[in-house]
Design a protein around this ligand. Structure first.
Ligand code: NBP
Length: 482
């Protein structure tokens, strides 16, 4: 009997996805560049399973049912192109190549189009949830050639995480690189959630002077609120984890954050599409700032920088902090969905925003109860321009506003940096202000560059230029953009 699907790449993600597929009754053919790893896998984690090994790409292809489905779980970038180039001559019309790595979506756009010309189908899919997700149920976000989806759907939906209602956290996202785009925004949101939680921890520790045991107890309580999520769960564990000497391990971890690029890609896309994705972008910059450790040490001494303690009732402050964290999180997801909407319209992807929320509901790093509410919001109103306008989220934002402002103002007063919580508030203040000072900005642009402006007392679309100094000409600029 031939294999249902071939998987190339036997590192942590590939091995665990294969085992997951095997558990769900699919026959998988496994291959890896370093072929010895195939034998090690078959004699190790895959021993006693129905998994078949392949000794070469030719062998892999020969062992698959048609239309063949070959999934790459290899390092993103050139390695994916290398395997595509090697597979194409071995495959037949209608066969399917799937890239399950963290590829940048323009690469997926390019690959879908190139393979279409050769009569092959291509799926670029986000897979989230790390090792455990891959093994027991990841969130899977496939996009690419729509013709390929019916062939892959039974496998992907079987191995994906399930919601409490039994729905698979995997559905067709859209054509081209839509799946990888959605995975990229997922990772950006993950950056934002992690930074928000880190700021709450910082405020509790340095501002309120709480102990690790006290902080852990607070996070434990937060698990039964709207903040209930995987990242709150693991933070609770981290706060209680002691090093060999009995001290909290997290105290001993160097405060310089790493990054692999998906948060940065999300920020770059937001700038390209003109979407104010302030929270995720701030969280990328927070990681960049954290990496300047030596400079920060020097500057702290030079400025004599200290963080003052927060006075007052600690319980009330903790509750205000919970409200600030939840409200900021709503802004982050609202901005993320604004970006997804813009990309969908720009690329003609016709994305289903409720389905996107459902795919993130389980299996992935940002899984949370909250995503169920986002799904409901988009099911009720698919045209929702800003998540904060949905009645459920608007109520939380409105009710949490006083606590959120209190925490943001206090952080500025005591010198404790909370870039995501404060910028999220600035965003909402801007979004809910009908007249912003961009009139001054337009006046400046017209003054120095004759860029023209529209007037509040004239219909939109009519542009005016003023000779501000009396010495300039009456000609407006058509090419000089600032
Ligand atoms: P890696 O990203 O570490 O990739 C390992 C695989 O790539 C191995 O099969 C390796 O073969 C192959 N490979 C490399 Br590296 N260089 C190669 C080359 N020049 N030519 C051919 N093969 C090459 O594995 P991973 O962490 O399992 O991730 C797989 C994909 O899933 C990546 O795109 C990753 O970004 C994504 N992802 C990872 C996670 C996670 O938690 N790790 C989560 C979500 C998504 P070899 O054995 O012969 O060296």
């Amino acid at each position: 009997m031939k294999g249902d699907i071939g998987v190339i790449g036997l590192a942590v993600m590939g091995q665990n996805l294969i085992l997951n597929m095997n558990d769900n009754g699919f026959k998988v053919v496994a291959f890896n560049r370093t072929v010895s790893k195939v034998d090690e896998f078959l004699e190790g984690a895959a021993k006693g399973s129905n998994i078949i090994g392949a000794s070469s790409l030719e062998d892999l292809v020969a062992k698959l049912e048609t239309p063949r489905k070959v999934m790459l779980m290899v390092r993103a970038g050139d390695v994916v192109d290398h395997f595509i180039d090697a597979l194409v001559p071995l495959l037949d019309e209608g066969d399917i190549i799937i890239d399950g790595g963290n590829s940048n979506y323009p690469d997926t756009n390019r690959r879908v189009a190139a393979l279409k010309e050769k009569g092959l189908h291509y799926i670029g899919t986000g897979v989230s949830g790390g090792e455990e997700g891959a093994r027991f149920g990841p969130s899977i976000m496939p996009g690419g050639s729509p013709e390929a989806w019916p062939h892959v759907k039974p496998i992907f939906q079987a191995i994906a995480a399930k919601t409490d209602a039994g729905e698979a956290c995997c559905d067709w996202v859209g054509k081209d690189g839509a799946g990888h785009f959605v995975k990229m925004v997922h990772n950006g949101i993950e950056y934002g959630d992690m930074q928000l939680i880190s700021e709450a921890y910082h405020f509790m520790k340095e501002g309120l002077g709480l102990s690790y045991d006290e902080m852990q107890a607070i996070f434990e309580e937060w698990k039964s609120t709207e903040l209930d999520s995987y990242l709150i769960d693991i933070t609770t564990d981290i706060l209680g984890y002691k090093d060999e000497d009995g001290e909290p391990l997290v105290e001993k971890i160097l405060d310089t954050a790493g990054q692999k690029g998906t948060g940065k890609w999300t920020g770059i896309n937001a700038l390209d599409l003109g979407i104010p994705l302030t929270l995720i972008t701030e969280s990328v910059f927070a990681r960049c700032l954290s990496a300047l450790k030596d400079q920060r040490i020097e500057a702290e001494t030079l400025f004599g920088k200290t963080i003052a303690k927060v006075e007052g009732n600690k319980k009330e402050w903790v509750d205000a902090l919970r409200q600030a964290l939840l409200a900021s999180k709503i802004i982050s997801y609202a901005q993320g969905f604004m970006l997804i909407r813009e990309a969908s319209e720009e690329n003609d992807w016709s994305l289903n925003y409720g389905n996107v929320a459902l795919m993130w509901r389980g299996g992935c790093i940002i899984r949370s109860a909250f995503l169920g509410n986002i799904r409901d919001a988009y099911e009720t109103n698919p045209d929702l321009k800003f998540l904060g306008l949905d009645p459920y989220f608007k109520t939380i934002l409105t009710e949490g506003m006083a606590g959120w402002r209190k925490v943001a103002a206090k952080s500025l007063e005591i010198g404790l940096p909370m870039p995501t919580m404060t910028s999220a508030l600035a965003f909402l203040d801007g979004y809910t202000t009908s007249r912003l000072p961009a009139n001054m900005l337009q006046a400046q642009r017209d003054y120095f560059g004759a860029h023209t402006y529209e007037r509040v007392d004239q219909p939109r679309g009519q542009f005016f230029h003023t000779n501000w100094t009396g010495t300039g000409g009456d000609t407006s600029s058509t090419t000089y953009d600032v």
